[in-house]
Design a protein around this ligand. Structure first.
Ligand code: NAP
Ligand code: WDT
Length: 324
């Protein structure tokens, strides 16, 4: 619980990460100016961890929001923990540093705090983020992820990122990096989809045994309006059991879903661009779920993914086929 009180945990490379972060992925129909305002407000409210990616096409706006809050004296650069992600078209080792430098330039930053491989499937390099053939199928590329990892290690040594990690890796893919001959730095995290309907208990146990932090995305059940989302899945925040626990504590289902992750040692992301909900999601440090609540929430697991990425399921490195 001490970690919760200090609002951050130490990573396996000695840096620390705030245990609650704001997500920023922006559906196409949402104007990018909304992201900028949301991040300024989030910093005012107390968020110090911001999660974005080259893929989200909003790093210029986020960079401007951070710059504004530094210029006004609200925060200093090293108070902020900023995560960016290496997209699948840049997994060839010779492209990694350039990709990170493209993000840094948009952000007007000299380093990011965390740079992670966004998804373990390499796509054909080029301008197009989702390169497709004439049949509309995504064009894969063949890259050994261990060589991508070595390029990330070089970015850390060059000071372009403080820490390096992965996202959407299954345990075999993580293990391959951990067992790489001559490994210089372990991944500090694996960022994966995680919420009461997909609680990732096996991945969490695996990560804990390796001193790797599990970072939860779609912790609120994501947004059915997003292109990528499985629209037939039930809405997490409407779950009656989650709602009942929330009512008992005089909290909202969202706050309970976030607190659940903090109490099991998961670093959690919550996306909102709405003032009321940005504030609400930060009010998770002043109440506690009981052991019984935690067990009840564990019981909601049904291995249900909002983000399946079946568009990539033909790829040899597609991570979600079986197990964890
Ligand atoms: P999320 O955080 O689970 O949910 C966001 C949705 O819930 C939004 O539609 C938001 O709408 C709504 N919401 C937020 N707070 C709420 C509250 N208190 N009550 C009711 N509704 C609330 O979903 P996500 O954006 O998919 O995931 C979070 C972040 O994780 C992303 O933004 C991104 O940074 C990261 N991510 C990473 C990956 C990856 O592959 N590594 C994949 C997906 C996401 P409003 O904005 O209107 O409040
Ligand atoms: C499942 C499906 C996992 C959207 C698609 C990953 C899409 C990554 C977001 C993201 C994918 C993808 N997002 O935050 O909205 O890599 O295409 O981070 S994806």
């Amino acid at each position: 619980m001490n970690q919760i009180r200090s609002h951050s945990v130490q990573l396996n490379d000695g840096h620390s990460i705030p245990i609650l972060g704001i997500g920023t992925s922006t559906p196409n129909q949402v104007p990018k100016s909304k992201v900028e305002k949301a991040i300024e407000l989030a910093i005012d409210v107390g968020y110090r961890h911001i999660d974005s990616a080259y893929l989200y096409l909003n790093e210029e706006e986020i960079g401007r929001a951070i710059q504004k809050k530094i210029n006004s004296g609200t925060v200093m650069r090293d108070d902020i923990f900023y995560t960016s992600k290496l997209w699948s078209t840049f997994l060839r080792p010779e492209l990694v540093q350039t990709a990170l430098e493209m993000s840094l330039k948009k952000l007007q930053l000299s380093y990011v705090d965390l740079y992670i491989i966004h998804f373990p499937t390499a796509f054909k390099p080029g301008e197009d983020l989702y390169p497709k053939d004439k049949q509309g199928k995504i064009i894969s590329d063949t890259v050994d992820l261990c060589t991508t990892w070595e390029a990330l290690e070089k970015c850390k040594d060059a000071g372009l990122t403080k820490s390096i990690g992965v996202s959407n890796f299954n345990h075999k893919q993580l293990e391959k990096i951990l067992n790489k001959p001559g490994l210089k730095y372990k991944p500090v995290c694996n960022q994966v989809e995680c919420h009461p309907y997909l609680n990732q208990s096996k991945m969490l146990e695996f990560c804990k045994s390796k001193d790797i932090v599990l970072v939860a995305y779609a912790a609120l059940g994501s947004d059915p309006g997003k292109d990528w989302i499985n629209k037939n899945n039930p809405a997490l925040l409407e779950d009656p059991v989650l709602k009942a626990i929330a009512e008992k504590h005089g909290r909202t289902p969202a706050q309970v879903a976030l607190r659940y992750q903090l109490q099991r040692g998961v670093v959690v992301l919550a996306k909102s661009f709405n003032e009321k909900r940005i504030k609400e999601n930060f009010q998770v440090f002043d109440f506690q779920l009981t052991l019984e609540d935690m067990e009840t929430l564990d019981g909601l697991n049904r291995n249900m993914r909002y983000f399946e990425a079946h568009e990539f399921s033909h790829h040899p490195n597609y991570p979600f086929l079986d197990g964890y």
